[in-house]
Each structure stands twice: as structure tokens, then as C-alpha cells.
Design a protein around this ligand. Structure first.
Ligand code: PGA
Length: 252
């Protein structure tokens, strides 16, 4: 089963609309001859329609960093899956550790968000990962098990055919610390077998598993070369087109 690697940039709360469009255009120019890798950028909600329009027809896809699971209504400050789709996005990041940490997102919330995304045909990128304390207490696998099992509770495998899972150890996000090769390998292997247990062998084989946490041009090749790693979710190093392109071209 061949899984096309996905290199996704999470721009977090950086860049105004014009700044985001400028970087996106520059990236599209640099990416024009890239093959065999899917590229996605997730700007802020405000920049999303502008960025999506500016990269239309190029090899770059766009995504949102979050959504709210209700279809519409009196939910001040929230954005629905339909709105994201209408803005031109194909992907949505769900359950990022910063959302879990600062906005109290639970696995049950994450599950409802994934449901809302797949209902409108958005591809969900479910983020999972342990904190440093949880790793020290040897709870990594049980935490991941819970995040994945509860986040995907009640779904049939057909609904999740476009699911992507991003393993992002919380202690490696924005810290410059990257998980070791062996650590990444054992977690990705674990996630693959968990998907097999929860759904099926074929489902596990087709689902892309990204690594995230201080991915940089200098370590991308090594990380992407790990078995069961099918791409990267990149924060800081995706903000600069010249840096991000060197991650996208990790294979060269
Ligand atoms: P980082 O962020 O690459 O800056 O560590 C990754 C992420 O939060 O998705």
C-alpha cells in the first residue's frame, strides 16, 4: 500500500492576511516542480480564503487549524466545517495539543469535530501526543491509545478514509527538541497496529501517520525516512517559504 507523504504547515497565530498570501505565493513558486509529496498549509481562519484563492491551481492545498462541530447557530466566535470548506480548504487540523492545553479540548470534543469535518468532506488531521510528564511516567502508549480510540469513537472505517493522524509529542513542539528515531518509530508502529485493532489491516495500511515537533530542514530527511512515518506536521519552520521548501524537498 503506497501512502503519498503529506508535508503540512501549521501557521498557528502568525501572519496577517497579506503576509500569509505573500508566503503562500512564494511557496507555490518554489513548489512548482515538486512531485510525489502532497503539500498543505494551514493559515489562520482570517487568511484561509485569501490563501486558498492565491494557491488555487498550484500544488499547494490548504487547511484550517480548528473548527467547531455545530453546523451553525449562536456560537459567538466559532467557525463551522461548512464555512471552512466554502473558504476553499481541503484539510482541517483537529485536537492540536495547544488546543487541548489552552482551550481545554477533550477527546469527546475532538471526536465531534472529526465527525463534523468528515460530514462535509474535509480531511481531518487528528493530532495526538504525550506530555513530558506522561512519557516520564511511561504512560505514552496508554495516552495515545485513549486519544485515538476516544477521538475516533463510533466511526465506521469508510467515514475515515481520508483521516490523517499526526503524532506530536508535546515536549517536542516549538522546543527544538525532536523525538529520537527509535521513539518515533515505536510510536508510529504502535499507532499503525492500534488502527488495525480498531478498524482493519487495510485501514491501518492506508492511513497516513505524520510526525510533528521541531521538524526542520536539518532533520526532515532522517525523520521522514523512519518506517511508518508518512509525512510531517511543521510549525515554526513552515512560516518561511525558503525553509519550508527544504523540508518539502527532504528526499533530494
Ligand atoms: P513546531 O510545531 O514544528 O514549531 O515544533 C509543530 C506543531 O505544533 O504542529
Amino acid at each position: 500500500m503506497s501512502r503519498i507523504p503529506l508535508i503540512a504547515g501549521n501557521w498557528k497565530m502568525y501572519k496577517t492576511g497579506p503576509q500569509a498570501v505573500e508566503t503562500a505565493r512564494e511557496l507555490a513558486r518554489l513548489c512548482s516542480d515538486v512531485q510525489g509529496v502532497e503539500v498543505m498549509i494551514a493559515p489562520t481562519f482570517l487568511s484561509l480564503p485569501l490563501v486558498a484563492a492565491s494557491v488555487k491551481g498550484t500544488c499547494i492545498k490548504t487547511g484550517a487549524q480548528n473548527l467547531y462541530f455545530e453546523k451553525q447557530g449562536a456560537f459567538t466566535g466559532e467557525i463551522s466545517a461548512d464555512m471552512i470548506k466554502a473558504a476553499g480548504a481541503q484539510y482541517v487540523i483537529i485536537g492540536h495539543s495547544e488546543r487541548r492545553q489552552y482551550f481545554a479540548e477533550t477527546d469527546a470534543f475532538v471526536c465531534r469535530k472529526i465527525k463534523a469535518a468528515v460530514e462535509v468532506g474535509l480531511k481531518p488531521i487528528l493530532c495526538v501526543g504525550e506530555t513530558e510528564g506522561q512519557r516520564d511516567e511511561e504512560k505514552t502508549f496508554s495516552i495515545l491509545d485513549k486519544q485515538v480510540s476516544d477521538g475516533l469513537k463510533g466511526f465506521g472505517r469508510d467515514e475515515l478514509k481520508d483521516l490523517v493522524i499526526a503524532y506530536e509529542p508535546v515536549w517536542a513542539i516549538g522546543t527544538g527538541k525532536t523525538a529520537g528515531i527509535e521513539q518515533v518509530h515505536e510510536v508510529h508502529q504502535y499507532l499503525r497496529s492500534l488502527l488495525e485493532t480498531l478498524f482493519s489491516r487495510d485501514f491501518a495500511d492506508q492511513t497516513r501517520l505524520l510526525y510533528g515537533g521541531s521538524v526542520k530542514p536539518e532533520n526532515a530527511k532522517e525523520l521522514m525516512g523512519i518506517k511508518d512515518v508518512d509525512g510531517a506536521l511543521v510549525g515554526g519552520a513552515s512560516l518561511d517559504a525558503n525553509q519550508f521548501i527544504n523540508i518539502i524537498r527532504y528526499n533530494i
